[in-house]
Design a protein around this ligand. Structure first.
Ligand SMILES: Cc1cc2nc3c(=O)[nH]c(=O)nc-3n(C[C@H](O)[C@H](O)[C@H](O)COP(=O)(O)OP(=O)(O)OC[C@H]3O[C@@H](n4cnc5c(N)ncnc54)[C@H](O)[C@@H]3O)c2cc1C
Length: 359
């Protein structure tokens, strides 16, 4: 079998790259190791830039099913709160639904979607083309896009971990609540359902015996506003998804000639709620360059270099600022001081929204 583009991974990054290259007229195969729709560990706030990317990719009308999120509330351990209207609304997007929607849109656009298969080994390069096997048959591709998410980006072992669970609740905006050693995000995902997603240092979780219920009662509930939310939501922690060894920040944008989009190329601190948008945008950035490469108007080294340059230009500042804000939010005193400042200087909050969105 032969294709122009092989995309590995059907999250937002892979689907955006596959769609945009297919819309440019290329034969695209998109391979996803999961056999069907699945929940994913994510805060599920789709930022306004992500909504715009999806609009450009032709999914605008389909997004009406997701609740609109226009307000942000941040709270500190000391009870300090800061509330603001987002300059543009985002969406509360269950990943199970969003990823399924993206995949269906890819298939409708003519992308050849292969689910339940994992790409394991890749040979070749941009000059000669790539070779792998798919469903036990040889497959050749001229361009390979790596969109496999954060796997292979293992951070310092045991430093940061995350948990996500859906529970009942109906607070209208998106919320961030700081607690000792971490923070929790709440986002409405439709009906009477909220997503609760938290990031914490592993040592803080271990001190609570590695038990979600104890951690929730003894550590997270030290933030009184979060405690009241938790009581109302009463999450079923047995249903929680977990991930460990998390790391955020830039990574390599090419691996053995494959070009990387989304978390595979770099992940932003979750509090920015911009990882899906960045993944979608990276797919959009890569597609016109990939198109020129496939038409013979751009060589392999120039393709990699120009992609890296555009990626850095759009995302570098956002990633750095996200890392800095995450350190503040994971430090109780830092959060209190930052929220006090934001209450006194309202324009700073609006400025932070635009800086963490690269504008
Ligand atoms: C705690 C936490 C909270 C977050 N909250 C938010 C938020 O609120 N808003 C936001 O925008 N972002 C958030 N993010 C970030 C967001 O989840 C990611 O940035 C986004 O999912 C990246 O998309 P992606 O397409 O790169 O990867 P993914 O969505 O991870 O998709 C990768 C896909 O590749 C598949 N795959 C992997 N290996 C292979 C293989 N070898 N062969 C075939 N398929 C393969 C996987 O099954 C997967 O479906 C959060 C992240 C964390 C850790």
């Amino acid at each position: 079998m032969h294709c122009d583009v092989l995309v590995i991974g059907a999250g937002p990054g892979g689907c955006a790259a596959a769609l945009a290259l297919r819309q440019a007229g290329w034969r695209v195969i998109l391979v996803e190791r999961l056999a069907g729709p699945a929940d994913k560990l994510c805060g599920e706030f789709l930022s306004p830039e992500g909504v715009q990317s999806l609009g450009r990719l032709g999914l605008g009308e389909a997004l009406g099913v997701f609740p609109r999120i226009g307000e942000l509330l941040v709270s500190s351990l000391s009870g300090q709160c800061w509330q603001a209207s987002l300059p543009n609304a985002g969406l509360g997007s269950s990943r199970r639904r969003l990823d399924a929607l993206l995949l269906a849109h890819c298939a409708a656009a003519g992308v050849e979607v292969v689910q339940g298969e994992k790409v394991r080994r890749m040979e070749g390069n941009l000059a000669e083309g790539f070779r792998t096997t798919l469903k036990d048959a040889p497959l050749r591709a001229r361009l390979v896009v790596g969109a496999w998410g954060r796997q292979g980006r293992a951070g310092k072992k045991g430093e940061l971990m995350a948990l996500k669970v859906h529970a009942r609740g109906q607070w209208p905006g998106v919320e961030l609540h700081s607690f000792p050693g971490g923070y929790a995000g709440l986002c409405q995902v439709g009906g009477n359902e909220m997503n609760l997603c938290l990031l914490t240092r592993v040592d803080a979780f271990r001190r609570a015996g590695g038990d979600c219920r104890r951690f929730s009662a003894e550590v997270m509930s030290q933030n009184s506003l979060l405690a009241s939310r938790l009581e109302e939501m009463s999450p079923d922690w047995d249903q929680a998804l977990a991930a460990a060894n998390l790391t955020f920040g830039p990574s390599a944008l090419a691996l053995d000639g494959m070009l990387l989009v989304g978390d595979a190329g770099g992940g932003i601190a979750p509090l920015c709620g911009d990882g899906m948008a960045m993944a979608l945008r990276a797919g959009e950035l890569l597609a016109p360059l990939g198109d020129r490469f496939l038409r013979g108007a751009l060589g392999g080294p120039a393709l990699s270099a120009q992609y890296a340059q555009r990626w850095q230009g759009e995302f570098r500042l956002r990633l750095r600022l996200g890392g800095l804000l995450q350190r503040v939010l994971m430090h109780p005193g830092g959060t209190h001081a930052a929220l006090t400042l934001l209450r006194r200087v309202p324009w700073l909050g609006q400025q932070l929204f635009s800086w963490t969105r690269g504008k």
